[in-house]
Design a binder for this molecule. Sequence first.
Ligand code: NAD
Ligand code: MG
Length: 390
Amino acid sequence: MQNITIFGATGSIGDSTLDIVRRHPDRFRVYALSAQRRMKKLAELALAFAAKVIIVPDVEAVDAFREHWPADHALPEIRLGERGLCETARDPETDCVVAAIVGIAGLASAFEAAQAGKRILLANKEALVAAGELFMHTVQAHDAQLLPVDSEHNAIFQCLQDGRQSQHIRRIVLTASGGPFRNTPLHELETVTPAQACRHPNWSMGQKISVDSATMLNKGLEVIEAHYLFGLPAGQIDVVIHPESTVHSMVEFIDGSLLAQLGNTDMRIPISYVMGYPERIESNTPAFDLSKLHQLNFSVPDYQRFPCLRLAFDALAAGQAQCIALNAANEIAVAHFLQGRLRFPQIAQVIERALDWQSGQSGNIAHIDDVFQLDRQVRERATAFLPASV
Ligand code: NAD
Ligand code: MG
C-alpha cells in the first residue's frame, strides 16, 4: 500500500491520477491533496478519497474549504502555502509525491521531496527546466526515485527499458502534435485568441501547457527536461511534428533500431505506468483502435512558425541560467496572453528579450536559492518588457 500525496490535485493531471487511485484501492491510499484555487472541488476530492491532509494557499482558502466541508465529518489537517507543501513533501507518511503543480510554483515542493528521498512522479516539467542539474543531483544524493509522467519522457523511459539501455542511445526523438496552429496562416497568428490557443487538437490539459503547446515552447521545455532526465546533449535530442500524437516518442539505438511507445492520447496511460512501476497496472483506458489508424505522419518543425522551440534549444546550449530565464519569461508572457494583454506572437518576443537581458548577467546557479532569485529577477524584467497595450 502506497501513501500518495498529490500536489496540484484539482488540475488535469490530478484528475487522471485520482482516476487511477480510484481503481486500485488495494494499492494506493491518498494521504494529502493540494490546490491553489477551486476549494469546492478540493473539498469534494478530500472527502471522496479521505485525505488526511490538505494544503491550500492562505487563510481565505481555508475559509472557502470549510464552507464546502460537511459539518458531520472531521476536517482533514490543513497546511498552508509553500511551507505546507514542503512539510508534506518530507512528511514520513508520504511515500510517493505526484508533482502536478503548474510552473515554477511546483519546484520547491518537488525539490523537497527529492531531498527527502521520496518516490516522485514528475509532471511539473518547469522544475527540471529551471533546476535540472541541482534536481538530478539531489535525487541521486538522497536516493530518491524520479519517474517521468510527461508522455514523451514516459515513452522514452519505457523504450529504454527503464534506463537499462541508456548507454546505447544514438538519439531520442520527441514527437509533437504541432498544436492548434500547425497549419494556420502565419499572419493570422497575430489575432488568435486564448480560447483558440487552448483548444488542443489531441489532448485535454491545463491552460498554461495548452498555450505552451500552441507556441511549441512546451516541446522546448521537454527537450530540456529530456536532457536532464536522460543525461543527453541537445545534439542527441530531435523533435518531429507528428499530428496524430499516436507515437508518444522514440529512441534510436546505436545499432539502428528504433523503439517507440504508441497509444491513445490519455494521460492515465503514462500515469498508471509510473504509479505501478515497476509493475504494469490496469489503467482502464479503452483498447487502441488500430482500424482507425490510417497513417502516421512525421515532419520537421518550422522555426519561423515556432520560434519558441528554437529559443529553447538555444537556452539549453547556453546553460542553466538561460533555461531559468526561458521558463520565467514564458510564464509571465503566457499569463498575460491568457488575460488578453499580449498577442500570441509577442510571447516569443518577450522570451527573447528576457534571454538577451539574462545573457548579459552573471549566471552562476550553484544552489536552489539561486534558481528562485534569478526566476524572480527575470519575471520583473519580462513584466517590464510587456507592451503597454496589445
Ligand atoms: P492545471 O492547470 O490543470 O492544474 C494545475 C494544478 O496546480 C491545480 O491543482 C492548481 O490549483 C495548482 N496550482 C496552480 N498554481 C499554483 C500555485 N501557484 N501554487 C500551488 N499550486 C498551484 O495543470 P495541468 O495540465 O494538470 O499541468 C500540471 C503540470 O503537469 C504542468 O507542469 C504541466 O506542464 C505538466 N503536464 C501536464 C500534462 C497534461 O496532460 N495536463 C501533460 C504533461 C505534463
Ligand atoms: Mg508532453
